[in-house]
Design a protein around this ligand. Structure first.
Ligand SMILES: Cc1cc2nc3c(=O)[nH]c(=O)nc-3n(C[C@H](O)[C@H](O)[C@H](O)COP(=O)(O)OP(=O)(O)OC[C@H]3O[C@@H](n4cnc5c(N)ncnc54)[C@H](O)[C@@H]3O)c2cc1C
Length: 373
C-alpha cells in the first residue's frame, strides 16, 4: 500500500490512535496534524476502565503506567440525593480507570504515533473535496494532497465528515471549567472525584495527579448566569451554591483565587452517517458524548481501532467493513442516549427545572438515528 493512499486528519487522541492502529496493519498513513499545545491544560482526565483492554490491543498499555497519572480508585456522587455516596473502583471488572495527566498522555500518544507515520504534515486541512472517488485536501500551509481514503479525526468540527453527512445534536450542554491550585499545603487532599447535582445542572471536581484540582459546571447556555466566564463574583457565587463541591474545595486546602472558568461545548452530537465508501469519522468527529459518561477518550480509542480495520479492509476491496463501522457507531449513539436518559432520570429532586425537565422527558424521537441496521 502506498503512503498517499490514506490520510489521517487531526492530532488528538483519535488521530494519534488511528495512526498507531493503521501501523499495526502495516499501513503508514499521511498524518495531517498540528502537535498538541504544550502550554495548555487539557480538560477531561478520567479514562474509564474500559480503555485498559483497548490500550493493550493497540500496544499502548505503557502510556498509562507512568507516574504522571494515577488510578481512579475513589469517587463520590450526590446524584438523586443530597447525600454524598462513595463508589469504589473495585466494582469494575477491567480494574480501575485512570485519572490522567491529560496533556502528558496526549503528548506521549502523539510521540508514539509520530514514530509510526513517515509523513507528518504539521498543518490543518482547510478544505476537502471528493472528486472521482479521490479526496483532494487543501492544507493551511498551501500544499494539497490527493488520497483514496481519509480518516476524519478533527473532533467536534468533523471537518471532512460534515461535507458528507449531517451532524445531529441531542442537547446543548456546556461546561464551565477551571483549574485550581492548592493554597493550604498543610492538607493532604484525598485523590478523588466528586459529582453533585444542582437545580440548573451538575458539578464535577477531581484531584489531578499534578496536585491541582479541576472543577467543572455543566448546564445549558440559556441557564448559565450572565457573565459567568468574565465576572469572578458570578463564578464564586455559583460555586458557593454547591453543598459538597464548595466544602471539598475548602477542606482540601484549595481556593478559587482569581481564575475564571473557560466555556466548552459538551453536548451529545454525532454524524450520520459516520463513514462512507472512502472515509470514516473517528472520535468526537463521529460522536461526542455528554462527559457524564467519561467515555469520550475511550470511545475515540475504540473507534480508532475499528475504523482503521474498516479502512484497511476497504483498501483490500471489501466495502462492508465501513458499512458495519457506521452501523456500530450509530448503535453506540443509540445505546448512549438510552443510558444517558436513565442516569438523568435518577435525579428526581429537580424535575420542575428546565435543565432536568429537558433530560427527563423522552427526547429520543427528536434525535432520530438514521442508518441503523
Ligand atoms: C468538558 C469536557 C470534559 C470531558 N471529560 C472527559 C473525561 O473525563 N473523560 C473522557 O474520556 N472524555 C472526556 N471528554 C471528552 C474527550 O475530551 C473527547 O471525547 C476526546 O478529546 C476526543 O478526542 P478526539 O481526538 O476525537 O478530538 P479532539 O481532542 O477534539 O482532537 C481533534 C484534533 O483535530 C484538530 N483539528 C480540528 N480541525 C482540524 C483540521 N481541519 N485539520 C487538521 N486538524 C484539525 C484539533 O486541533 C485537535 O487537535 C470531555 C469533554 C469535554 C468537553
Amino acid at each position: 500500500m502506498k503512503p498517499a493512499d490514506i490520510a489521517v486528519i487531526g492530532g488528538g487522541i483519535a488521530g494519534a490512535a488511528s495512526c498507531v492502529a493503521l501501523a499495526q496493519r502495516g499501513v503508514r498513513p499521511v498524518w495531517v496534524a498540528a502537535p498538541p499545545a504544550k502550554d495548555r491544560a487539557r480538560i477531561g482526565e478520567t479514562l474509564s476502565p474500559a480503555a485498559n483492554t483497548i490500550l493493550v490491543d493497540l500496544g499502548l498499555a505503557d502510556l498509562i503506567t507512568r507516574p504522571i497519572h494515577r488510578p481512579a480508585n475513589t469517587s463520590f456522587s450526590a446524584w438523586g440525593s443530597g447525600q454524598l455516596r462513595e463508589r469504589n473502583a473495585i466494582v469494575h471488572l477491567e480494574g480501575p480507570g485512570t485519572v490522567l495527566d491529560r496533556a502528558g498522555f496526549e503528548a506521549d500518544l502523539f510521540a508514539t504515533a509520530l514514530k509510526t507515520s513517515p509523513r507528518h504534515i504539521e498543518t490543518t486541512v482547510q478544505h476537502a473535496r471528493l472528486e472521482n472517488d479521490k479526496w483532494h485536501l487543501g492544507f493551511a500551509n498551501g500544499e494539497e494532497g490527493v488520497f483514496r481514503f481519509v480518516l476524519d479525526c478533527t473532533g467536534r468540527a468533523s471537518s471532512l465528515a460534515a461535507t458528507q453527512g449531517t451532524r445531529k445534536r441531542a442537547d446543548q450542554l456546556v461546561a464551565a471549567h477551571c483549574f485550581l491550585q492548592q493554597t493550604d499545603l498543610d492538607v493532604a487532599p484525598t485523590p478523588a472525584t466528586l459529582i453533585e447535582t444542582v437545580e440548573d445542572g451538575w458539578w464535577y471536581a477531581a484531584l489531578l495527579p499534578s496536585g491541582d484540582m479541576v472543577i467543572s459546571y455543566f448546564s445549558d447556555p440559556d441557564l448559565l448566569p450572565a457573565g459567568v466566564s468574565r465576572d469572578h463574583g458570578v463564578w464564586a457565587g455559583l460555586v458557593a451554591q454547591t453543598r459538597h463541591i464548595s466544602r471539598w474545595i475548602d477542606s482540601a486546602g484549595f481556593s478559587l483565587g482569581d481564575h475564571l472558568p473557560i466555556l466548552a461545548s459538551a453536548g451529545t452530537t454525532w454524524m450520520t452517517p459516520a463513514s462512507g465508501p472512502n472515509w470514516a469519522a473517528v472520535g468526537d468527529a463521529a460522536a461526542a458524548f455528554d462527559p457524564l459518561s467519561s467515555h469520550g477518550m475511550t470511545t475515540a480509542l475504540w473507534m480508532a481501532r475499528q475504523a482503521s480495520e474498516a479502512i484497511f479492509q476497504a483498501h483490500k476491496g471489501s466495502g462492508d467493513a465501513l458499512i458495519a463501522y457506521n452501523a456500530a457507531v450509530q448503535k453506540g449513539v443509540r445505546e448512549f442516549l438510552t443510558q444517558r436518559q436513565k442516569i438523568y432520570r435518577q435525579e428526581t429532586r429537580f424535575v420542575d427545572t428546565p435543565f432536568w425537565l429537558r433530560r427527563q422527558k423522552d427526547d429520543r424521537p427528536n434525535c432520530k438515528i438514521d442508518n441503523l441496521p
